[in-house]
Structure formats: C-alpha cells, structure tokens
Write a protein that binds this ligand. Structure first.
Ligand SMILES: Nc1ncnc2c1ncn2[C@@H]1O[C@H](COP(=O)(O)OP(=O)(O)O)[C@@H](O)[C@H]1O
Ligand SMILES: Cc1cn([C@H]2C[C@H](O)[C@@H](COP(=O)(O)OP(=O)(O)O)O2)c(=O)[nH]c1=O
Length: 204
C-alpha cells in the first residue's frame, strides 16, 4: 500500500470511545490489503509497557510524567513503529504525542514549548500521518467510564481536568487541521464507527 496515511493515531479523553473502534479500523484495513500493526501508548514494547504500569499507578509530577511517556515513546518508535513502517505495514496506535500535549500540557499545565522540544528530540520529525480525535464532553466520558471499568490514576481526575485535556486536543487540531480529524464521539457507537471507516476510506 502506498500514498495514503500509514501511521494513524487514535486520541480523545478517557471514555470517549477510541478503543472501541481501533479493532474495527484494523479489520477494515486488513480487508483492503493492508498489513496492520496495532499498538498503544504508553506501551507497545516490553520496556514501554513496564513504564506504562508505573505511569498509570504511581504518583508523580507533570515533568516526570512527560519524561516517562517520552522514554516509552522512544523505545516504541525505535523497536516497533519505525521498523513496521519501513516494512510497509500500516500502524494503528491507541494514543501518541497529542496525548502528551493534551494531558501533561493542557491538563497538568506543563510548558508546551518544552514538550515541543522533547517531541523534536525524541521523534526527529516522525509522527502520525493521520489522527482520529474522538471528541466528547467530559461529563459523557465520565459516565461511560463509570459504567465500564475501575478508574486508574489519571481517570480519577475531575471534570475540570478533562475539560482542559479536551481543550488541549482542540488546540492541537487547530494547529494541524489536515492531520487531526475531529469525530463527534457523542453519537451512538454505530454512527461513530461509520465516521471512522469513512475517514479511513478517504485517507488510507
Ligand atoms: N459512542 C458511544 N456511545 C455509547 N457508549 C460508548 C460509545 N463509545 C464507547 N462507548 C462505551 O464507553 C466505554 C468506554 O469506551 P472505550 O472505547 O474504552 O473508551 P476510551 O478508549 O476512549 O477510553 C465502553 O464501555 C464503551 O462500550
Ligand atoms: C500516551 C499518553 C497517555 N496518557 C494517559 C491518558 C490515559 O489516561 C492513560 C492511558 O491511556 P489509555 O491507553 O487510553 O487508557 P485505557 O486503556 O485505560 O483506556 O495515559 C498521558 O497522560 N500522556 C500520554 O502521553
């Protein structure tokens, strides 16, 4: 496959519904001949998954959070994402650097210019070709999470935190409108799924 987006990230506040669609997106692409590598952040490698456990369950400040997720990202890029792309695979990643700008930047208030420096240092210009942003009100996402699972450290944050994170995604979308596509995730699952597949049909 060539020409279309091959590194695709899925983003949104916790409970927006992105994980519900990533498998269907992978299946849809496979049916059309893509070899798909499904992965996630923080995580995707044994080292990065170990960092994820620390990240999700230990108390730490915003700078430590940012350094941990970028350390995990470095390992993930070097050992999984870049080799898969070089091999011609399509990479679907549940979260990537937009999450760091939204959560550590907008959510925690960590300096965005410093995050940009870390991004440039770790990624050297490499990032998703396409990002699907599942956008929903924090109150709706909180209800979905409450019905679905036990909260981890970040999911225990309040509505104001998730409102800032949502604004962080909106700012990223405004800065990169051709890469970052907003999907209205307040609609029923089936409607959102169709919007995901329509977007893939246009861009992949
Ligand atoms: N559009 C939707 N309408 C209603 N419930 C949804 C919708 N999308 C996801 N959910 C439900 O919300 C919960 C959280 O979804 P999930 O995909 O895990 O979110 P995320 O990965 O964004 O944190 C799940 O129980 C899921 O079934
Ligand atoms: C990638 C990344 C995730 N996160 C947060 C967002 C989520 O709260 C959490 C894990 O993301 P996620 O895998 O979406 O969680 P879950 O499996 O519970 O749906 O990590 C950051 O704060 N910064 C980052 O750079």
């Amino acid at each position: 496959m060539s020409g279309g987006a091959r590194f695709i990230s899925f983003e949104g506040i916790d409970g927006a519904g992105k994980s519900s669609h990533i498998e269907a997106a992978a299946a849809w692409l496979r049916e059309r001949g893509h070899r798909v590598r499904l992965t996630r952040e923080p995580g995707g490698t044994p080292l990065a998954e170990a960092l994820r456990e620390l990240f999700l369950h230990r108390a730490m400040d915003g700078l430590t959070e940012a350094l941990l997720v970028f350390a995990a990202r470095r390992d993930h890029l070097q050992t999984v994402i870049l080799p898969a792309l070089a091999d011609g695979q399509t990479v679907l990643c549940d979260r990537f650097t937009d999450a760091t700008f939204a959560y550590q930047g907008a959510g925690r208030g960590f300096d965005l210019a410093q995050l940009g420096q870390l991004e440039a240092w770790v990624q050297q210009g490499r990032g998703p070709d396409l990002t699907l942003w599942f956008d929903v009100a924090p109150e709706v996402a909180a209800q979905r999470r409450a019905a679905a699972r036990e909260a981890d450290r970040l999911e225990r944050e309040d509505i104001d935190f998730f409102a800032r994170v949502r604004q962080g995604y909106a700012d990223r979308a405004a800065a990169a409108p051709s890469r970052l596509v907003r999907l209205d995730a307040s609609h029923p699952l089936e409607t959102v799924r169709q919007a995901v597949l329509d977007c893939l049909a246009q861009r992949c």
